[in-house]
Design a protein around this ligand. Sequence first.
Ligand SMILES: NC(=O)c1ccc[n+]([C@@H]2O[C@H](COP(=O)([O-])OP(=O)(O)OC[C@H]3O[C@@H](n4cnc5c(N)ncnc54)[C@H](OP(=O)(O)O)[C@@H]3O)[C@@H](O)[C@H]2O)c1
Length: 339
Amino acid sequence: MEYVHTFVTSSIQLVNAYPVAASLLLGLGATTIARFCYRTISVFLQIFVLPGQNLKNYGAKKGAWAVITGASDGIGKEFAFQLAKAGFNVYLVARNTELLEAAAAEIASKHSVSTKTASIDFAKADDAAYEALSTKFQGLDIGVLVNNVGKSHAMPAYLVDTPKDEIADIVSINVNATLRVTYSILPGMIQRKRGLILNIGSFAGAIPSPMLATYSGTKAFLATFTSALAEEVQQFGITVEHVNTYFVVSKLSKIRKASALIPRPAPYVRSVLSKIGLPCGAAYSRRPNTSTPYWSHALIDYAMTVIDIPSLFISYTHGLHKDIRKRALRKMERESKAQ
Ligand SMILES: NC(=O)c1ccc[n+]([C@@H]2O[C@H](COP(=O)([O-])OP(=O)(O)OC[C@H]3O[C@@H](n4cnc5c(N)ncnc54)[C@H](OP(=O)(O)O)[C@@H]3O)[C@@H](O)[C@H]2O)c1
């Protein structure tokens, strides 16, 4: 109590001695606090209250198609289901024909929309394969493209220890597939003056992730590519959004149990589709056209923006990945001994 009294008295003495400097400091402090409160309230409103763009703006219930890459499993499959529910015909693209057809049949049995599937291996696709895929899209009114397909490393590893073919596949799938599929669908969207392109990114793109360097770099590419493309095509009524994702239960993440921080694909995709055009947790992150829509992911993203010490996040991630690698190697050893 005595300390508080001394602090208040000396503060008053300082203000009396230097009234101009004290007013300036007070003004600065008040502005900083007001700015922080305004930003925090606006982020919370975006995450929990405000609705995103209506999907009808992109052709829902008007006969338009949604093309989803990596649609036979995980997040992509869920996008296909929820976009069909919203009233889009859906075009499912991935490798495994049987899984694609099963997903398409299930969608057709639940929703009155048309479905199509295309099988392509984005790790191996050459010009001819992309031409063939592009031909399949010709003549379709495509309102939505979800560039969802993605591959990560089998386990965290330093670049020098990463198999060459894994590096090549990650770049082909995460970067080339996004570029090539967008390239074939975008002209039609420009002609129709409407479209939504969602590029599914990762926190690994926002925080450089040691021991997942290639994956991390390809996901960072998506953020910059999205910002640049979004500016190019907004004049044609096309929205391009980079969707920043923390963990989601899936084959890729190798996580099977959902939690507050790690949703299943269904609630995750619901959050994406209900928040189109709102940056949510990525607001104020200096990543234009990025959205972090899932509530807990959004809170982490916003907290990271406020803390703003990238080196801290990078070294934390490095430590985490060293640990994951150790455990993965131990598991492999146990399994090989058991055989
Ligand atoms: N899950 C997470 O925690 C998380 C976190 C951040 C970002 N993401 C991103 O979210 C996206 C979806 O991930 P997910 O977790 O849903 O993955 P997933 O469950 O492993 O599904 C991947 C999908 O891509 C397809 N695919 C994989 N390799 C392919 C290839 N070479 N050619 C064509 N299709 C291929 C798979 O089907 P086929 O095997 O039949 O081809 C499957 O449909 C990815 O871009 C990922 O980076 C995920």
